[in-house]
Design a protein around this ligand. Structure first.
Ligand code: SAM
Length: 298
């Protein structure tokens, strides 16, 4: 009779621990799945990319990894080899139901997976304090999903997300560049975002008609409390809604009038003739603080 550890060893070596093009297509056929554009269903068919993402995210054996949109499971499988636990949130019930079965076939760590069948944009709770976010995000909701998880799940210390290349450029953009905008400043409130490399179209099925990039983030202490954040985010929305206008004019509706806007900007030490695209998140914090100090309500 072989020992339990020998059985585990043999099982692990018999398991195919990667999901490539053949396995992904077979799974899609089994489920009679026609990938839905509306759900951003472009599945990774290259196990090396999944392993790279997990490596870049520096997932360790003490991590609880959170994956949004696991799809057919290629990235989930790579996560299960490294993380202590994996929680995956998938909106498509066919995919959510299949995922534990696929992982049981391919991973000896399948028991460490929890699947939540839900829209990631409405999930309020994830058990066991996830520490790292790793996801090939559905492209149509990538920014709201990322900002929501940074806001709602403070135990997420870091992560790597794969997003459309243009979205990645916006997330990592610096003031004064064409890509700098609302996602850049809001993401900077929570974290430092850096480019972690480009991903070719050929690693997906079906092949998307956009390029992709990896963005790595590391959480930083927020510059202020929740009241300040709400004011900062409102200021950012107002400033970039009319990004070609000077701040004194762009912030006038939000602050009541252009003369109030001018007074707030002066108190904040910000030149009222600047545009929002010139300011780092700290500049928006100075405006929000000045507004609060002057007792100007919403
Ligand atoms: N992670 C898989 C991979 O890399 O092959 C699939 C990634 S695919 C780009 C996006 C996945 O997100 C799909 O499985 C899709 O069904 C799912 N999805 C789309 N919108 C979602 C939402 N609002 N909440 C949760 N999952 C969503």
């Amino acid at each position: 009779m072989p020992s339990a550890s020998l059985v585990r060893f043999r099982t692990a070596h018999l398991m195919n621990d990667s999901l490539g093009a053949i396995e992904i297509r077979a799974l899609a056929e089994k489920l009679n799945l026609k990938p839905a554009k509306s759900l951003g269903q472009n599945f990774v068919i290259d196990a090396n990319i999944c392993r790279k993402i997990v490596r870049v995210a520096e997932v360790s054996s003490t991590d609880h990894a959170l994956e949004i949109g696991p799809g057919l499971g290629s990235l989930t499988l790579a996560l299960l080899t490294q993380a202590k636990w994996v929680t995956a949130i998938e909106i498509d019930s066919r995919l959510a139901n299949e995922l534990p079965l696929t992982m049981a076939l391919h991973s000896e760590n399948a028991k460490n997976l929890t699947v939540i069948n839900a829209d990631a944009l409405v999930v309020q709770e994830v058990p066991n304090n996830p520490t790292v976010l790793v996801a090939n995000l559905p492209y149509n909701v990538s920014v709201p999903v990322l900002l929501r998880y940074l806001e709602k799940f403070p135990t997420l210390n870091s992560g790597v997300v794969m997003v459309q290349a243009e979205v990645a450029d916006r997330l990592i953009a610096k003031p004064g560049t064409k890509d700098y905008g609302i996602p850049s400043v809001k993401a900077a409130w929570w974290s430092q975002m850096v480019n972690a490399g480009s991903v070719g179209r050929s690693v997906f099925w079906p092949t998307p008609n956009v390029d992709s990039k990896l963005v790595r983030f590391t959480r930083r202490p927020t510059p202020g409390d929740e009241e300040l954040r709400l004011n900062v985010f409102s200021a950012v929305d107002a400033a970039f809604a009319q990004r070609r206008k000077m701040l004194r004019s762009a912030l006038s509706s939000w602050l009541g009038s252009s003369s109030v806007a001018e007074a707030v900007l002066q108190r904040a030490g910000i030149d009222p003739t600047l545009r929002g695209e010139a300011l780092e998140v700290d500049g928006f914090c100075a405006i929000a603080r000045a507004k609060q100090e002057m007792g100007i309500g919403f």
